[in-house]
Design a protein around this ligand. Structure first.
Ligand SMILES: Nc1ncnc2c1ncn2[C@@H]1O[C@H](COP(=O)(O)OP(=O)(O)OP(=O)(O)O)[C@@H](O)[C@H]1O
Length: 281
């Protein structure tokens, strides 16, 4: 489904990620972890053809990203849902309208969208709202929702696109611990119910462990770990989170995994983020 062989990716011909070899199959729930600036977002954005392939072979759904045409790129992107930390919703529209926008992205916003959809499409929208647990909010404006509710709307809207792959760029980084768990539960449900491949950047190590089948660790411009969540400990973690320090030095991995944040374990840099980001109601 997604296949990278010795790929270099970068901005303006300067490689940011080098010699990447990665294969992602249907139905996987893949977590991408690494320090801030390691290149996690760059990797995610590359899957929708937003990053220059400087070297190597990069295939998504059989399209070669080095030679993909504009039309093919549109087709490829129509099969990939993307959710961000910042939700990216139309705030003045209702939850239902936002979800519908995922189905027919080109509709003019000024008109009453409901009338333009078939009963079948409305049923689908309700199914997606139900699966993410927001059907009771269908007629609420998005700017009246909490952060966690907005993120679930964003997931329902992405589902309305009927994607093969859902990319999530730090989907819970801006959320309080309880909402974060709800959103991660929804992603798991989507993965299990529809078999949608999920690739999510996660700052939260315990979420990566709890929800993902497989972890990719990005460090120093390359993939330093690709494997199961079980082996993700000790020196493996050190290699991902502190590549500059000698192995077995004074670096205390416990400081990453054992700090608690409202009952949910979090990393030091994550706590910094939580401190800066207003907690959703
Ligand atoms: N548009 C851009 N032009 C040039 N360099 C960029 C651009 N976007 C990101 N970079 C650089 O690419 C590197 C990787 O950035 P990226 O955002 O992928 O990291 P990240 O691991 O997702 O970080 P974070 O966890 O903070 O979101 C960084 O050094 C960043 O400065």
């Amino acid at each position: 489904m997604i296949s990278l062989q010795s790929v270099n990716l970068g901005y303006s011909n300067i490689p940011i990620l080098k010699n990447l070899t990665l294969h992602v199959g249907k139905g996987e729930f893949l977590g991408v972890i690494g320090l801030s600036g390691a290149g996690k977002s760059t990797l995610l954005m590359s899957i929708i053809g937003n990053i220059r392939v400087l070297q190597g072979n990069y295939q998504v759904f059989g399209y070669d990203l080095s030679s993909i045409s504009k039309r093919e790129l549109r087709l490829l992107r129509s099969q990939i849902g993307f959710i961000f930390q910042g939700y990216n919703l139309v705030n003045r529209l209702s939850v239902l309208h936002n979800v519908m926008c995922g189905m027919l992205k080109d509709l003019p916003m000024g008109r009453s969208l409901i009338k333009l959809y078939s009963g079948e499409e409305l049923e689908k929208a309700h199914e997606y709202m139900q699966i993410v647990g927001i059907e009771q909010l269908a007629m609420k404006r998005c700017d009246e929702l909490s952060g966690g509710q907005r993120q679930r709307v964003a997931i329902a809207r992405a589902l309305a696109q009927e994607p093969k792959v859902l990319l999530a760029d730090e989907p819970v980084a801006a959320l309080d611990p309880k909402s974060a768990v709800q959103v991660m539960d929804v992603l798991r449900k989507v993965n299990e119910t529809y078999g949608v491949t999920i690739i999510s950047n996660l700052h939260h190590l315990d979420f990566a462990r709890e929800y993902c089948d497989r972890i990719v660790g990005v460090a120093s411009g390359s993939i330093s770990y690709d494997g199961s969540t079980h082996a993700l400990q000790g020196s493996t973690l050190e290699a991902i989170y502190d590549n500059n320090r000698p192995m077995g030095g004074e670096f205390d991995i416990a400081s990453i995994v054992d700090k608690t944040h409202g009952g949910v374990q979090s990393s030091p840099w994550e706590e910094e983020r939580f401190a800066k980001v207003p907690v959703a109601a």
